[in-house]
Design a protein around this ligand. Structure first.
Ligand code: NFS
Length: 634
């Protein structure tokens, strides 16, 4: 049995796992301790076969790899490669959505439709497409083609960078950091980090920046915008979160992964009369669909489908013994799942041509027959209901209500009311000192930390200090479970100024903005704040900060970098693997601030990390000569 995780729901199910000798991430994590010191400090290089080489952090052993690369080059090169991998994941996700849009426009994806035609038209205009006298499908075809070209663009600038304030864009231009196309930047990140190529650490950091900007203002932004067009722009919606959303008397189906192309169609299939009838015939009361990881956020935001769990809960969801099928696509899916499922009846089904798992059944998803495939998968889940062993079922009782579905656009309505559609009320609340500033708290959960508690502790401290919080991904899931994503939480946890705003407008002090690709909603919201006026002329002047207290994936590195490069102070829990190079660590945590406007900080204690964010927000308020806070929480 693994050590207590700090989360009683997880601990309860891990006890059962221990009794059954089922190994989970917490056990495997413990077996990895102590983690390799060279790797942790970024001093291990396995890029070429002269090595693997490592640098002695105590200065006694080798200070250079066989090729001559020192700690600075090795750690910066590793960092740039990680950012490229993260950017690649988000961008490939965006590309798939562009392909789906194109197939829909060409009549080959009949189960999808244009759910937000206004956004389609606005985006087409942004891409320079003439929309007069054209129907939605024609516009969708031209937009799909234009966006696909964006991936392969060899010169020029990404279309979306024009959304950034001029000062920000000028900074990137000066640094030659404006991405051309997503593909070329990611390819260059790989080629420049090959042995004997880019051998200067600052230049390698610029590479990480450019590649990550291609994610934030490219691949991820494409994914968000196209998801809204294809599946509908979210609106505030009430739902539930935590493993207690699983039901004893229904066929429990979990969608897990990232791409809404699959999860969204599973939602439609689960509401199909024939499928519901089939579930009833099998002795269940119906189909209970819920989600894990970022795909959960996608269907939560748009359909109010409950979120069963975040990254760390994917294994223990199976250990509840109540899941008939877990349907996975790509990213953040643990290869350990089939081993765990051996002790239960859960069917695991992989669906993406990009990802296979030893021990899972594979039913390849294809947009051309999306609904047919979704129904086929649900039939397998229903068929499996009879195999559920009641003696193995342990569904935790805990679940929490939450409000999700906040976007850059609908924040207009929420803060301004439908008659005052602008960021003016938000900016005014900041200028007048009711809201101190805004923080984005995002990212993974990690067994290195206390199983989601870091997120909740950090966010509680921020809202207590009148900082409005915007969240995505697993971080939003963790805070939902802690009850922070409800309007009522303002009364329990928020400072006086923030509470007053939340009460007047009827919003939670913590706004769920979607999945990890939807972090771009935070970027565009920052652009709107600048545009609205009164808070400076670029993102780096805003009283805002970002955090990923329990980050673990390479995607989190790319996200962190595009926020830093967009002018935002970003605090992460465990450090980036650069501490073996004083030069690199100093550069990205200090000296880079005058260069791009943002910088990194590493702080494991969530309260201390929140205090760093608050201090940064106060520094920006002071620079803008804003009024003192109306109510200072003791
Ligand atoms: Ni994003 Fe981390 Fe994964 Fe989503 Fe969760 S672990 S960086 S939050 S599911 S991508």
């Amino acid at each position: 049995m693994s050590k207590p995780t700090g989360n009683p729901i997880n601990d309860g199910l891990l006890k059962i796992a221990g009794e059954k000798n089922i190994e989970t991430i917490w056990d495997r994590f413990e077996l990895q301790e102590p983690h390799c010191g060279f790797g942790t400090l970024g001093l291990c290089c396995k890029i070429c076969n002269l090595g693997p080489c490592r640098i002695d952090p105590f200065g006694e052993g080798p200070q250079k790899g066989a090729c001559g690369a020192d700690a600075d080059v090795i750690s910066a090169r590793n960092l740039a490669r990680s950012a490229a991998a993260g950017a690649a994941c988000h961008s490939d996700h965006g590309r798939d959505l562009a392909m789906t849009l194109l197939e829909l426009a060409r009549g080959k994806a009949k189960d999808y439709s244009i759910k937000d035609p206004v956004k389609l038209r606005n985006l087409a205009v942004e891409f320079g497409i003439k929309i007069d006298n054209k129907n939605d499908l024609k516009i969708a075809e031209e937009l799909g083609e234009a966006i696909l070209k964006e991936f392969g663009k060899q010169e020029g600038e990404l279309t979306f960078v024009k959304r950034a304030p001029k000062k920000q864009l000028d900074t990137w231009r000066r640094l030659n950091a404006v991405p051309r196309g997503m593909d070329i930047e990611i390819v260059q990140a790989m080629s420049r980090t090959h042995i004997g190529c880019d051998n200067e650490y600052r230049h390698l950091i610029e590479l990480a920046i450019k590649t990550s900007l291609a994610d934030g203002w490219g691949g991820s932004m494409v994914a968000t915008e196209l998801s809204d067009i294809l599946f509908g722009s979210p609106r505030p919606i009430r739902a539930e979160a935590n493993l207690g959303v699983l039901k004893e008397d229904e066929v429990n189906v979990l969608v897990h992964g990232h791409e809404p192309t699959l999860s969204d169609i599973i939602v439609s299939a689960s509401q199909d009369k024939e499928i519901i009838e089939l579930a009833k015939k099998a002795g269940a009361k119906g189909i209970n669909l819920s989600g894990i990881c970022c795909t959960a956020a996608e269907v939560l935001m748009r359909h109010g489908i409950p979120m069963a769990g975040n990254f760390l809960q994917q294994e223990i969801a199976i250990i509840t013994g109540a899941v008939e099928a877990m349907i996975v696509d790509i990213q953040c899916i643990m290869p350990s799942l089939p081993e765990i499922a051996k002790s239960f009846h859960t069917k695991l089904i992989s669906t993406s041509p990009k990802a296979r798992f030893k021990g899972m059944d594979h039913i390849e998803f294809n947009e051309k027959d999306a609904l047919g495939i979704a129904k086929k998968i649900l039939r397998i889940a229903i068929e499996n209901y009879k195999n559920r062993d009641a003696s193995k079922v342990n569904i935790p009782k805990e679940k929490m209500t939450l409000i999700a579905g906040f976007t850059m656009e609908n924040i207009f309505y929420n803060l301004g009311g439908s008659f005052r559609k602008s960021y003016r009320p938000l900016n005014d609340a900041i200028i007048s000192g009711r809201i101190r500033g805004v923080a984005g708290v995002v990212g993974c959960d990690n067994p290195k930390n206390q199983s989601g508690l870091c997120h909740a502790d950090m966010v509680k401290h921020l809202i207590k200090n009148d900082v409005l919080v915007v969240q995505t991904g697993c971080s939003a899931g963790a805070c939902a479970k802690a009850g922070l994503l409800t309007p009522e939480s303002a009364f329990r946890f928020a400072g006086e100024g923030l509470k007053e705003i939340c009460e007047t407008v009827g919003i939670p002090p913590v706004l769920h903005a979607g999945s990890c690709v939807d972090n771009t909603r935070i970027l565009t919201a920052c652009c709107e704040m600048v545009k609205e006026g009164g808070l400076g002329s670029s993102i780096d002047e805003l009283p805002v900060a970002g955090a990923a207290p329990e980050w673990m994936s390479e995607k989190a590195i790319a996200i962190g970098w595009y926020f830093v490069a967009s002018g935002i102070f970003v605090v992460i829990g465990t450090p980036l693997r650069v501490l073996g190079s004083k030069a690199v660590a100093d550069y990205i945590c200090n000296d880079i601030e005058p260069v791009v406007g943002g910088k990194w900080a590493f702080e494991e204690d969530p309260i201390k990390a929140a205090d760093l964010m608050i201090a940064h927000i106060d520094k920006k308020r002071e620079a803008l000569k804003l009024k003192p806070l109306i109510c200072v929480t003791p």
